[in-house]
Write a protein that binds this ligand. Structure first.
Ligand code: SF4
Length: 64
């Protein structure tokens, strides 16, 4: 699994961090998403898919 985020699209809602805190974080200054791990381990795959599904800005893309 490869994860790609679009910081220009992100609206800083923080949903992805709630779903997968090992993979996503937010910038301190404005809350925009920061990708911590672009190749997360299989045990986190479901959480990452959930994060992509609930992101209100559709700013998370997953390449399998
Ligand atoms: S859920 Fe989407 S919009 Fe919200 S912080 Fe994460 S990437 Fe940005």
């Amino acid at each position: 699994m490869k994860v790609v985020v679009d910081q220009d699209t992100c609206v800083a809602s923080g949903q992805c961090v709630l779903a997968a805190a090992d993979v996503f974080d937010q910038r301190d200054e404005d809350g925009i998403v920061v990708l911590l791990d672009e190749n997360p381990p299989a045990r986190l795959a479901e959480d990452v898919r959930q994060a992509a599904a609930i992101c209100p800005a559709l700013a998370i893309r997953i390449e399998e």
